[in-house]
Design a protein around this ligand. Structure first.
Ligand code: PLP
Length: 382
């Protein structure tokens, strides 16, 4: 574990966000916590036990490795859902442990059924419907065939759900496309109904669905980014605040990330700082280094544009972010000392760096910046 930087997870913030999600989805809907991408960079090993302590028992991941990591935490669960990739060799323990899988190809479905038969168990599936994202999901031409398979092997299957994923619910500009997806999904549900296939749940909503299209919530919502205290987009946030006639953000950031001042130096005017020619001093400057770079999860895209906090002040990241360090302009902080705390995400005094302002271009980048935080940074809970 490296202590050159530390990640802290705030349990009461998480509790607050989960309460918010539950109030948005209503008492009839199940909250499935999406913890793919190492829990959006927060760290499955620390984050999932925290969720468990506050009573969350349904989790969704992308692949079978991540499902295995959840199992390794030892938390109890009612539902563990794999939304994407499964290796054939993993089907055995997946079915043995009652883990659920999205199915969107006949190969996956038939192999799962085969393994379930051998084990004398049932394969718990969520049938993913192609409604317009054109990524994964059964095309309309396959729906009848899928119904036939589900019917023929009903003794070894539990149809936990029928589902789809929205292609950009965080932007209002995608409104028409989303409406077409919802219509298509209704058509699939109707056909399944006619064929006497009755999935236990029908689910569409991700965070942006919950906020922008509450009609997509149904009896289950797969929510990721909101629980970490971030909005899927600025638009979603503004829309929610306007609808609820408030200016108070109902979400609280769970993660904090900090490091320290490694060294300080004075640089004269007309000097380049760091690699290349991207930063030239106009006047004499004081520069400090922090031992965190792009290999430690601080994106190179923040070269000459990131902000960090030191001594309660917001300062600029200058020059190119290096593999293992970044440089900051501390000209206006004469009292700075080696070892001072540097906040990369979080609060110091009355200043805050949220992930969004740390990138400042688009909230969609939140997803990318968070998931880059390496597993080997130590996580502590407060
Ligand atoms: C990632 C993902 C979600 C959750 O998305 P958020 O925007 O983080 O809420 C839901 N469903 C599927 C299929 C996903 O891949």
């Amino acid at each position: 574990m490296s202590s050159f930087s530390q990640i802290t997870l705030n349990k009461s913030a998480l509790e607050h966000n989960v309460r918010f999600i539950r109030s948005e989805i209503g008492p009839e809907a199940e909250f499935v916590s999406v913890v793919k991408g190492n829990a959006y960079g927060h760290g499955i090993h620390s984050f999932v036990p925290l969720l468990s302590e506050i009573g969350v028992r349904s989790f969704a991941v992308f692949n079978s490795d991540e499902a295995n990591e959840i199992i390794a935490t030892g938390v109890p669960f009612d539902r563990l859902m794999i939304m994407g990739a499964v290796l054939d060799e993993d089907l055995h323990w997946i079915i043995e442990k009652g883990i659920e899988c999205f199915v969107f190809t006949q190969n996956r479905l038939l192999r799962g059924i085969e393994v379930a038969k051998k084990l004398g168990k049932s394969f718990r599936v969520h049938v993913e419907i192609e409604t317009g994202m054109n990524r994964t999901g059964y095309d309309e031409t396959k729906w009848l065939e899928v119904c036939d398979i589900l019917h023929a092997h009903r003794d070894h299957l539990i149809v936990e759900g029928i589902c789809t994923h929205l292609a950009g619910a965080e932007e209002i500009s995608n409104y028409v496309r989303i409406q077409q997806q919802l219509e298509k999904f209704e058509a699939a549900k109707k056909l399944f109904e006619e064929k006497h296939i009755r999935p236990k749940s029908a689910h569409i909503a991700c965070s942006a669905g919950v906020i922008n299209y509450p009609e997509t919530i149904g009896n289950l919502a797969r929510v990721g980014i909101l629980q970490y205290g971030f909005w899927p987009s600025k638009e979603a946030k503004m829309g929610w605040l306007a609808k609820n006639k408030t200016t108070q953000d109902p979400l609280v950031r769970v993660i904090e990330w900090s490091s320290y001042v490694m060294s300080i130096k004075e640089v004269g005017a007309n000097e380049y700082v760091g690699y290349g020619l991207s930063f030239l001093t106009e006047t004499p400057m004081r520069i400090a280094t922090v031992p965190v770079g792009y290999s430690n999860g601080y994106s190179r895209a923040l070269s000459n544009r990131g902000k960090v906090l030191v001594r309660g002040k917001r300062v600029d990241v200058i020059g190119i972010v290096n593999m293992n360090l970044l440089m900051m302009d501390v000209t206006n902080i004469p009292e700075i000392e080696e070892g001072d705390e540097v906040v990369l995400i979080g609060n110091q005094g009355d200043q805050e760096i949220s992930v969004a302002s740390f990138s400042d271009f688009s909230s969609l980048l939140n997803y990318q910046l968070l998931t880059r935080l390496p597993e080997r940074i130590s996580r502590t809970i407060k």
